[in-house]
Every structure is written in structure tokens, then in C-alpha cells.
Write a protein that binds this ligand. Structure first.
Ligand code: BGC
Length: 764
């Protein structure tokens, strides 16, 4: 192995990093007054009354029947009156070209005729669904992820939507939190790239194009660090975690041009995010130069009363507006109290003008001032809704999102000549694989596993075994209940022994993860664990297909079963992707973006912690950082995922002889006879630094395709961006010294090397 030692003066690096300002620092500075807006926007603002301005800062949930364009004379009439008076800036949850058009007409007929912006949670597709975002991130395929967002935008835009509340870029290390399904996993480096890809997909290169929609990066900030994984809970994090882990994906999305940001429900370090001036004005707007607007989360201004931060709704309005929250979603705080607060001098009019300037500028960028009805074309709606062109991309992404966790003795791929039994209610479910956060989609529109097998002409017998949920449709709001109905067990137990192979499809229903669905246990809900063991007693040849919205504890399965496939909730094409993977038409290439625990007590669990002062292990001693009843290691680490091909790594080279970059290269070979894809991952450890650095950090990856027996050299370039970190006051620094490098196929395996950052030194 060629091993170039080292150059790079830390002095030179720091100088250059200062000059180029590669990553801006986030130390609070003087608050800027506002953004520069167009003459048209300024002229509008000059004409607006205070009430009209506050109207633009107000967003309401839809207030007439989704199918009926005529506003009803009911309790919502006051909202309609505000709309007619031009005092609503945006509505959410109204969709369908005709509905949107009728509502837009009302706004356009108001005094100033300012168009509405229509928001909806388009999270992983609109009608045609792609995998849940956590699954998508496991593809590590940024092009497919961008395409998925672009297709979602196209379909949603055809239904009148011009603003999605996505991407969610909350880094989370706790699988108990139900919303891990909506994000890009536990790592800020990957999470930043995935978030930026999704922003680019939604917004495209031309926002005036009628198929692009505005993105909204959420939830700013710290929502994913909810204590004990319980949704809406407090987040208390140190500065290093805030700057190095939580904020980078938001910054990446802002740099990618995200037009809007949503703040969050949680208290972060003592301050509710919606009332946090440091986050919203100092960091986001001033330091990062964000020119879009911030929308509150649903009712989050009002919730500051429950947090004990605001004494009443008026106080909440004052605190949120002063902190820089530009638009109020469903708190009714601004519309009822802000004018009064401004008149009393509690909120400076310059904050109001700033918010309105930002909101109108986003509308202008979307082309709504040129054509307020550009999203209201019913012919386009007919053409693009459920357009089959989307399914091909959805299938490609579903295939790459699947993670093969275990495959002893090449159990997979299966052979069609084998006699197959399929067991598990999820195998026959056409709704659950759509996952949570599917506002526009229709029940029953996913391809089930059974249908996927049929599409591949696989003969099988099926038994449900155990029900997962029995109380539809109200299950959405139910706790996971202790299921008692074992009436389906016997049929499954009778079926299994006569089969060569059993495919068991177990996991969580699509509505058992997502917002408000935190869990204290990470097992298979209901009677599924018991069913699995009963089947195992009669046939051990079980391929376990896990459908879930989060990492589950699969320890027993890992210890006993020959093959495990993590199939998440893969969207519309779910069953096709699973069948194609089981039978080898798809060679799995997904890699985990969240660590899988051995037991729930390991939570929070992540691959890149700081080392403790007692890392151990100490063989004869108890006084080191560990559990006495569980390993420290995850069951499956971040970055892990098997393939039907076998990849080997060799010839790691590190060249630190050039200024401001360290080059790392490696050869990767596909030793098998089957074409396959591998995610080649580079991890870095800054061994000694002024602020303790994680034991390892992902700092580069490339997904490559290798034909049978083919080799490729993969090169990485580490710049100050990868070599540096934020110190405890949010200043980006690069420090010299020794770095460890590892390149391989997961965060726990690879070829290791090291280099020094020192001044004017080259060594070989
Ligand atoms: C969620 C947001 C979502 C909003 C609007 C809230 O409950 O936290 O992520 O965008 O509702 O649906």
C-alpha cells in the first residue's frame, strides 16, 4: 500500500478556510433589518394596511369540503370573510385543481388581489408513493431521491399544491421516536446531502415552472432529539451537538435554495423553538442569509402557553413575531393579536414588514404574481395524477431502499422451484406499505407482497397467522393494543412444515410510526413475535421480511433465522420490490442510515458518539462504560447492508501532500458472478481536538455499480469542510494533528489508515 504521509499546514488550512469561508460560522451577529425585495413587492407592501400585512402572515387549515368549491355558511365563515378581505396568506390541506382555483379566485378578488400559497405535506410522493424517507435514505442514491421529490412535486402541483412541508431533516438517534420514518437517519453528513437532494427535486431549477413547488425544511430545530424518543418532548442538547449534528442539514438545504423553513414544537435548551430568536433571526436569517420565510408548526405559537413561556395568546404572538417566526400556522395568534401588539409598541413594524416581504417574495418566486392560477389546470391534473411514469422511478427507489440484513448460506435469492409458504398479515396488505405521511394518497393502492410474488409468477400458499390491528379505521389514534386473537395461528402452523421455505412478513403497520407514534418497545407489535417462534418450531427455513417505519429489535431473529430483509414501508411499488429482491431480480444495495439496536435499552444509539474516559472493554473489571446485561454494539451498524454480490476492498492510499485537500483512494472489487451496487463509505476521526470529536464520522461516500469480477478505484477528496468542525461557540475550525481514516462497506468494517495535518511536510 502506498502511504503518502502528510502535508497540510494547519496554518495554511485555517488561512484558506478563513479566506474562502467554506462553512460560515454561526456566532450571532447584529440583526439585519430585512431582505431585498423587488419593486413590485415593495409597492404592494406600501399599499397594505397593518391588518392586511398580518393577514399575509396567517395560514389556515382548509375550511370547506374538499369536494365542494362553494364556501359553506358555517362556523368557518369568519375565515371565509378574512379570505375575501385579503387577510389570509396561505391555506394548508386544500387540494385538487378545482378547489384550489375557486379559493384562489376569492383571494384574487380581494382589494389587493394577492394570491394564496397552498401548502400540504407531500412527504414521500403525493398519490404515487415512494418509500418512507428513512427508507429512501438507505438507498444512498441521491439522484433517485431527487427524482422521487421531483415526481412528487409534479403530481402535487398538478393538484393545485405549490408548497410542500418537506424535507424533514431532523437528525434522530432514537428509534422510539415515531418520526424517524420521516427523516434521513442519524448522520448529519448523509442527512445534509439527502435533504439538499430533496429540496432540489421539489424546487427544480426553475421555480416558475408549473411542475415545481416550494420546499419547507423542518423542524427548526432539535425536534429529533426529543427526550426518551417521546414526540413533542423537550430537547436539551449541548452546543457541539447543536452545531455539528442538528444544524448542518438545515444549512445544506438553505444553501440548496429552500424557499421556506418550519420551526418546531419542542423546547430546545429552555426556549420553545417558535419563540427562539437565536435560532430564527440570528442563525438562520442573519448568519446563513436565508431569504425565504419561516412558518410555525401547527399551533406551535399557541403551545408556548403550555410550555410556560407565554402567558397568553397575545404574549405568544409577540414572542413568535419578535423571534422571527413569519407565518402562523393554526394558532390564530397573529390574526387576533398582532395588530394590537404592534400598535402598543410590543412588536416593531419592521418585523412585520420583514415577514411580509419574505412571504410575498416567495409567492413572486413561484410565479404566482404572473399567474395565480398556474397550479389550477384540471387537464394537467388528469394527465399527471397517478401517471404510470412515476411508478418506474418509485420501483427503482424501493428496490434500492431495501436492506439485506442477514443471508446465511446464500438462502437468498430464492429459487422458483421451491415450495413457498407466505405468512403474516402484512404480506396481504395494500395500505400499510404506503407508510405514514401520505396526505394525498388512497388506501389500497400499494402492491402487496402477495401481488408482487404473483407478478413474478411465484407459486405460494398463504396464511395470515396473526392480525396486526383490529380496530380500523380508528387505529390511527389508538395505542398499540394487546392482541389476543390467535384464531389464525393453526392454519399458519399447519402450512409451514410442508413448505421448503417460509417467507414471514412481519412488522409495524404504516400507522404505527409517524407523528405522535412514539414507542417504548421496539418489538413486533401484537402477536407477531409469538407467531414467528411457533412457525420456527415447525420449519426453521424462514426468510423474515420486516416492514417497519423504524429500526426494530431483531436480535432473536438474527440469532435464529437464516435470512432477514428490511423492507420498511416502500410505497406504491412495495410488493414488486420485495418479490424482485427475494427472487434475485433485484440485487439489494441499501445500507442502514440508523443503527439497529440489540435491545431497546440501548436507545439512543448511534455510530458516532464521543468516546468516554473509560471506553473499555476491561476484561476483569466492571468500571468501564458498558451495560452488564447487553453489548454496547448495535445489532446492525450504521452503513451496514448485504448484497448478493461480495465486495472486497484493497489498496487504500492517502495523499496529504497538496494544499487544502487530502486525497484518499481505494480499490473495490466485485468478487461474485453477479452485477451489484456497493456504497463505498469513508469515515474520519480527528484524534485530538480542542473540542472532543466523535469516534468516527462519515465524510464521504460513493455508490458504484460493479459487473461480475469487476474492480473500480474510488477517490475521495477531503477539504477543510470535511476536516473541520464547529467549536462550542459555533465557529468553524480546522485543527492540525493526526486523523484516522477508514474506507469500507459500513461504519464498522473497512481498511484503516491515518494521516497528519502538519506544516510544510511531505513524507512517503
Ligand atoms: C407537523 C408538521 C406538518 C404540519 C402540517 C404538524 O403536526 O409537525 O410536520 O407539516 O403538522 O400538517
Amino acid at each position: 500500500m502506498k502511504n503518502f504521509l502528510i502535508v497540510l499546514s494547519i496554518f495554511i488550512l485555517c488561512q484558506s478556510c478563513n479566506k474562502k469561508a467554506v462553512v460560515p460560522t454561526i456566532i450571532p451577529q447584529q440583526t439585519k433589518t430585512s431582505i431585498n425585495a423587488s419593486p413590485h413587492v415593495e409597492a404592494l407592501i406600501a399599499k397594505m394596511t397593518l391588518e392586511e400585512k398580518i393577514g399575509q402572515m396567517t395560514q389556515f387549515n382548509g375550511f370547506w369540503d374538499a369536494t365542494g368549491p362553494v364556501p359553506k355558511k358555517d362556523d368557518n365563515n369568519w375565515k371565509y370573510d378574512l379570505l375575501k378581505a385579503g387577510k389570509v396568506g396561505s391555506v394548508l390541506n386544500v387540494s385538487g385543481a378545482e378547489n384550489v382555483c375557486k379559493m384562489q379566485e376569492v383571494a384574487m378578488n380581494s382589494k389587493l388581489g394577492i394570491p394564496l400559497i397552498f401548502g400540504l405535506d407531500v412527504i414521500h410522493g403525493h398519490k404515487v408513493l415512494t418509500p418512507i424517507p428513512l427508507a429512501e435514505s438507505c438507498s444512498w442514491n441521491l439522484d433517485l431521491i431527487e427524482t422521487s421529490a421531483a415526481n412528487a412535486a409534479k403530481e402535487a402541483a398538478a393538484r393545485g399544491i405549490n408548497w410542500t412541508f418537506a424535507p424533514m431533516v431532523d437528525i434522530s438517534r432514537d428509534a422510539r421516536w415515531g418520526r424517524v420514518m420521516e427523516g434521513g437517519g442519524e448522520d448529519p453528513y448523509l442527512g445534509s446531502l439527502v435533504g439538499a437532494a430533496r429540496v432540489k427535486g421539489f424546487q427544480g431549477s426553475d421555480l416558475k415552472n408549473e411542475f415545481t413547488i416550494a420546499a419547507c425544511v423542518k423542524h427548526f430545530a432539535g425536534y429529533g432529539f426529543a427526550e426518551s424518543g417521546k414526540d413533542y418532548n423537550t430537547a436539551d442538547v449541548g452546543t457541539s451537538t447543536l452545531y455539528n449534528t442538528i444544524l448542518p442539514p438545515f444549512k445544506a438545504c438553505v444553501d440548496a435554495g429552500a424557499l421556506t423553513v418550519m420551526n418546531s414544537f419542542n423546547v430546545l435548551n429552555g426556549i420553545p423553538a417558535t419563540g427562539d430568536k437565536f435560532l430564527q433571526r440570528d442563525v438562520l436569517k442573519d448568519q446563513w442569509g436565508f431569504e425565504g420565510f419561516i412558518v410555525s408548526d401547527w399551533g406551535s405559537a399557541k403551545e408556548m402557553i403550555d410550555h410556560g413561556f407565554s402567558k397568553d395568546l397575545k404574549h405568544a404572538a409577540v414572542q413568535a413575531a419578535n423571534a422571527g417566526s413569519d407565518m402562523d400556522m393554526e394558532s390564530y395568534a397573529y390574526i387576533t393579536h398582532l395588530a394590537e401588539a404592534v400598535n402598543e409598541g410590543l412588536v416593531d413594524i419592521k418585523h412585520i414588514d420583514d415577514a411580509v416581504r419574505r412571504i410575498l417574495t416567495v409567492k413572486e418566486k413561484l410565479g404566482l404574481f404572473d399567474d395565480p392560477y398556474k397550479y389550477c389546470n384540471t387537464d394537467r391534473e388528469k394527465e399527471w395524477v397517478y401517471n404510470e411514469a412515476f411508478n418506474k422511478d418509485a420501483l427503482a427507489l424501493a428496490n434500492e431502499s431495501i436492506v439485506l440484513l442477514r443471508n446465511e448460506n446464500n438462502t437468498l435469492p430464492l429459487d422458483k422451484s421451491k415450495k413457498i409458504a407466505v405468512i403474516g398479515t402484512l404480506a396481504n396488505d395494500k395500505t400499510s406499505p404506503l407508510g405514514n405521511w401520505r396526505m394525498g394518497s388512497d388506501d389500497g393502492t400499494s402492491i402487496s407482497v402477495l401481488e408482487g410474488l404473483k407478478n413474478l409468477n411465484v407459486d405460494y400458499s398463504y396464511a395470515e397467522g396473526a392480525k396486526l390491528i383490529t380496530n380500523e379505521p380508528s387505529f390511527v389514534f389508538e395505542m398499540i393494543v394487546e392482541e389476543k386473537d390467535k384464531s389464525g395461528f393453526q392454519e399458519a402452523i399447519d402450512l409451514a412444515p410442508s413448505s421448503d421455505q417460509v417467507i414471514m412478513v412481519l412488522g409495524e403497520h404504516g400507522y404505527q410510526s409517524g407523528e405522535g407514534r412514539s414507542r417504548s418497545k421496539l418489538n413486533f407489535p401484537g402477536l407477531q413475535e409469538e407467531l414467528l417462534r411457533k412457525i420456527y418450531e415447525v420449519n426453521k427455513n424462514i426468510v423474515l421480511v420486516v416492514m417497519s417505519g423504524r429500526p426494530l429489535v431483531l436480535t432473536w431473529a438474527n440469532d435464529n433465522l437464516p435470512a432477514i430483509v428490511q423492507a420498511w414501508q416502500l410505497g406504491t411499488e412495495s410488493g414488486n420490490a420485495i418479490a424482485q429482491t427475494l427472487y434475485g431480480d433485484n440485487n439489494p444495495s441499501g445500507k442502514l442510515t440508523m443503527s439497529f439496536p440489540r435491545s431497546v435499552g440501548q436507545m439512543p444509539l448511534y455510530y458516532n458518539p464521543y468516546t468516554t474516559g473509560r471506553p473499555g472493554p476491561l476484561p476483569d473489571m466492571v468500571f468501564w462504560s458498558h451495560y452488564i446485561d447487553e453489548s454496547n454494539a448495535p445489532l446492525y451498524p450504521f452503513g451496514f447492508g448485504l448484497s448478493y454480490s461480495t465486495f472486497t476492498y484493497s489498496n487504500l492510499t492517502i495523499d496529504a501532500s497538496q494544499k487544502n485537500k487530502v486525497m484518499v483512494g481505494i480499490d473495490v472489487t466485485n468478487e461474485s458472478k453477479r452485477e451489484g451496487k456497493e456504497v463505498v463509505q469513508l469515515y474520519l476521526q480527528d484524534k485530538v481536538a480542542s473540542v472532543v470529536r466523535p469516534i468516527t464520522e462519515l465524510k464521504g461516500f460513493e455508490k458504484i455499480t460493479l459487473g461480475p469480477k469487476e474492480s473500480k478505484r474510488v477517490e475521495f477528496v477531503l477539504t477543510s469542510k470535511e476536516l473541520g468542525f464547529f467549536d462550542n461557540v459555533g465557529k468553524f475550525v480546522v485543527e492540525g494533528g493526526e486523523f484516522n481514516v477508514m474506507v469500507g462497506g459500513s461504519s464498522s468494517t473497512g481498511i484503516k489508515g491515518s494521516f497528519n495535518l502538519q506544516q510544510n511536510q511531505v513524507d512517503e
